[in-house]
Design a protein around this ligand. Structure first.
Ligand code: C2O
Ligand code: CU
Length: 460
């Protein structure tokens, strides 16, 4: 207990120090929210109560919205029966506020509180989610959207969050609990569900304006399922931002959103939007219907940035980190290092539920992938030498990657999560400008729990 209190004090002190070192702008504001995590009932169909674990009893959790440059304060209390933490996915955060249990903070015990406080350096679409036993806590509903507006935001009714999730439910719409922690899921594609929700509902009606420009912020909160969305309606849909960061606007061949990823869509005229469809199975499944509000004269256009958080850096002196991802079913990993010993994968699976490795080592918060210094440019060469796709997420930074999610031609994009196909090799380039211990892991949450993760340290 003593050590936890001391830790809390020292991390608050560090946070303050780093906050004061951010240049204060006159318009800088404090935004304060309260979040509680607790068991709560929610009706996906508007009638049948499902027992979930939620933030503020809402599914998804409340939308946290703020402006770029604000300092966000979240007073959090854990009413769950087990420890938890909150990670602010995509925020180039202070390390002490990153919410990784046993790496950046002690887990928040049942009944305990924690204050998250950090500056919002970037505008964009982010989300927050539990990071302790995330494979279970996120599956039960612990996540919500975090929207950071640029200095001139779009009118509120033209800026719409679309949080997609893939739940594994029983006939009676309760969480399928018997399959939580199922080793078959952990060694294959992760926990795939049977029920698609948009903003916590089956087949909801999404309110859009009568006509004119509209922005849709799509967030994939599923444990493991990559979604492919299609918008029915005779209008041009452009991608204007991915994983928060603006990009040059383009019309995609397909809209793939892997677990953890975000895609911001834009149309000049929403009057033609009909349906949001999910087409990853090859068949169109209607996920939501768009309904228009009354005619409204406010059809003014507003500008959307096309400038990423930072441009592709010079890689001449980049530090190279090579990662070979191995393991899982139908893979080539016979044995791996775990707790200092080489152990056959079969035995690791049965005894430790460990199935995935980086460079022959089962990952975890103690697996150090590399140490670099603040200001270094880093080239992360990643090879998916496994039979499964993986959504690779880096904490605390965005990286440049030749992104293949949106069509046959790769596009150089700034992302925080990259969906890699089996056998794919990718180079993730980033400037390590944020000191601390940062996780690099698969956002198929079962894969992460089963060993697909490690730490990159950025030293001052
Ligand atoms: Cu959204 Cu470590 O994850
Ligand atoms: Cu994975």
């Amino acid at each position: 207990m003593t050590s936890r209190r001391t830790f809390l004090k020292s991390s608050a002190a560090t946070a303050l120090l780093s906050l004061t070192s951010f240049p204060a702008k006159p318009q800088e504001k404090q935004r304060t929210y309260s979040l509680v995590a607790r068991e709560a009932a929610h009706a996906f169909d508007g009638a049948t109560k499902s027992d979930l674990w939620l933030y503020n009893s809402r599914c998804p959790g409340p939308t946290i919205s703020a402006k770029q440059g604000d300092t966000l304060t979240i007073n959090f209390k854990n009413y769950l029966k087990e420890p938890t933490t909150i990670h602010w996915h995509g925020i180039r955060n202070l390390n002490s506020m990153d919410g990784v249990p046993d790496l950046t903070q002690p887990p928040i015990e049942p009944g305990e509180s924690f204050v998250y406080q950090f500056p919002l350096r970037d505008a964009g679409t982010f989300w927050y989610h539990a990071h302790n036993k995330a494979w279970e806590q996120v599956a039960r509903g612990l996540y919500g959207p975090l929207i950071v507006q640029p200095s001139i935001p779009a009118p509120m009714n033209r800026d719409i969050a679309i949080v997609a999730d893939d739940w594994l439910l029983r006939e009676d719409l309760q969480i399928h609990e018997n399959t939580l922690g199922n080793l078959h899921d952990w060694s294959h594609a992760g926990r795939l569900g049977n029920s698609l929700t948009i903003n916590g509902r089956f087949l909801p009606k999404i309110k859009i304006p009568h006509s004119g420009p509209t922005r849709l912020r799509v967030i994939n909160a599923a444990n493991a399922r990559p979604f492919v969305f299609k918008i029915k309606g005779d209008t041009e849909i452009k991608i204007i931002a991915v994983d928060g960061s603006p990009c040059s606007h383009f019309v995609p061949e397909k809209i793939t959103v892997g677990p953890g990823q975000r895609v911001d869509l834009f149309t000049e005229d929403c009057s033609k939007l009909e349906e949001l469809q999910e087409v990853s199975t090859g068949q169109a499944y209607v996920a939501a219907n768009f309904i228009r509000g009354p005619a409204n004269a406010d059809n003014r256009k507003w500008s959307q940035s096309e400038t990423p958080y930072y441009s592709f850096p010079n890689i001449k002196d980049a530090k190279l980190i090579s990662i070979r991802m191995q393991g899982g079913a139908m893979g080539n990993l016979g044995s791996a290092e775990f707790a200092g010993q080489i152990i056959p994968l079969r035995e690791l699976a049965m005894k430790e539920s460990k199935l995935w490795a980086f460079n022959g080592k089962i990952g975890g918060y103690t697996l150090n992938l590399a140490e670099v210094s603040v200001g270094d440019t880093v080239k992360l060469d990643v090879w998916n030498d496994s039979a499964w796709p993986h959504a690779m997420h880096l904490h605390g930074h965005h990286f440049w990657v030749d992104s293949k999610e949106f069509g046959l031609t790769a596009r150089q994009m700034l992302r925080d999560t990259y969906l890699m196909q089996p056998g794919e090799r990718a180079t993730l380039v980033f400037i390590a400008d944020n000191p601390g211990q940062w996780l690099f892991h698969c956002h198929m949450l079962e894969h992460h729990a089963a060993g697909m993760g490690g730490v990159i340290s950025v030293r001052i």
